[in-house]
Design a protein. Sequence first.
Length: 165
Amino acid sequence: MTHSKLKAGEVAGTYHVTSPVTETDIITMAKRFARRKLAKGRKITQPAQVFEYLRLLLQDYEHEVFSVLFLDSQHRVIRFEELFRGTIDAASVYPREVLKAALAYNAAAVILVHNHPSGDPEPSDADRRITERLKEALGLMDIKVIDHIVVGSEGCKSFAELGYL
């Protein structure tokens, strides 16, 4: 797909399709826009702001993917990165690697994100345990875990909104 199929409209955030597009083109464009919404400098004030972008990026994987939104002290995005890939129902997450990446990006806070290929975004006991371990490890370096979002085709669940953090 080329950018020539899309032209900016007169109103900000609107576009005109200038030539025929396939479903794949549309999905590719949507994912590109979602990544842009999670781009460096974008301020995240509440989890629901990023739900639709994360769903678009993660819901179609057939395996678990554990990602992190690294944020500065004003909760602006430094980087969104997929750190671990797993199987259909689990991903090994290593707190040391998450901490290393957070320090490398000089993050003050993080939003943890992973998908459930089953489609059900309900957090598991294992999800809660790894969140506690990450909160503990990152907390030692004064990096705040502000949320852990589980993405499924049925929606997203926020640990912060569920009262788990």
